[in-house]
Design a protein. Structure first.
Length: 211
């Protein structure tokens, strides 16, 4: 069965398995997530669950959102995300989903927003090589170099790799192993690194490549 939750990246650490091997893991505070809305094929054209994560003050919630949460009988949430699932019949609006829906040994995909690095040059952004620093290429050795053709087509093609905004974009890491689940504290340890800074919002879902 497909499943997914919203969480917050806590940070990285390492744990040891039964054989004494070191496993680098990222700890994620996963849930609790409230079911705010059920999307159905009859009403919306597709089937999904809208989940809310992280309570916020009622005084900081605008009227349309407050009405949306009141209809679901759920406290206002800071984050709302949709998960397209196969089976939503067993879940009701207002239910609370926690980290224990995942188990150690499962494969998951993690979706997050990568760290923003501001405006970066072509070397940092696209791994370009620098130019010679000795003869004939000054005064800057880290610029992008020639941008292409001469009189034909007399322009730079769209999509050219140049300096620009680096990071702060949606990133998905696939096929990560769930190493440990702490249901009491809603924590989950996922092998390897996941996108985003500490305290960044992430979505953890079933792996689409491996059941």
């Amino acid at each position: 069965m497909k499943k997914g939750l919203i969480g917050r990246k806590v940070g990285m650490t390492q744990i040891f398995d039964d054989k004494g091997n070191v496993i680098p893991v990222t700890v994620v505070e996963l849930g609790p997530c409230a079911v705010v809305q059920k999307k159905t094929v009859e009403n919306d054209g597709y089937q999904a669950l809208q989940l809310g994560f992280d309570d916020k003050k009622v005084t900081r919630t605008n009227k349309p959102d407050a009405g949306h949460f009141k209809k679901a009988d759920v406290a206002p949430k800071k984050v709302l995300k949709e998960f397209r699932l196969d089976d939503i019949e067993s879940v009701k609006v207002g239910d609370i989903l926690k980290a224990d829906i995942f188990a150690a040994g499962e494969k998951v995909d993690v979706v997050g927003t990568s760290k923003g690095k501001g405006t970066a040059g072509s070397i940092k952004r696209w791994n370009f090589s620098r130019l010679k620093e000795s003869h004939g290429t000054g005064p800057v050795a880290r610029h992008a170099g020639s941008l292409g053709a001469c009189s034909d087509p007399s322009r730079v093609y769209k999509g050219k790799k140049l300096a620009g905004h680096l990071g702060s974009e949606r990133v998905t890491i696939q096929n990560l192993d769930v190493v440990k689940v702490d249901a009491e504290h809603n924590l989950i340890a996922i092998k390897g690194a996941i996108p985003g800074p500490k305290k960044g919002i992430v979505m953890v879902v079933n792996s689409v490549k491996k059941a």
